[in-house]
Write a protein of this length. Sequence first.
Length: 142
Amino acid sequence: MQRLLRKFETAKRLVPRPIKRAAREPTRFGALYFGSTAPAMSEALESLEKRGIHLDTMRIRGFPFHDDILDFIAGHERIFVVEQNRDAQLRTLLMNEGDIDPARLVPILHYDGTPITARFIVKAIADMLAVVTLAPLKKALP
């Protein structure tokens, strides 16, 4: 088993590194995505910025996960995990491999058999942020 663990650690350094993109403005939120979600995610980020929603993003390009991915997650309050999978496989792998609190990884799942669209991503993230950023009642009242 130790030999296999060493192999996995070595593989982390050999798979393609993730690609990080910083938001134009400081933010507490990030997004992780991979594979065929990349074109839609790129378009969605432009639309989200026009709405005043800024996200740091990271495109995952290999598994086992590079340490940069866990550092990225640790640096944000909430991470949107965009994937085309009903069972949130990427999110599950992240929780298992990084021992991450599931509440910090917000699933954005698209699995109706059609390619994911920027419109879908924008709506899902904007809707989630509307709920996450609501002030608690005690703080909202004078």
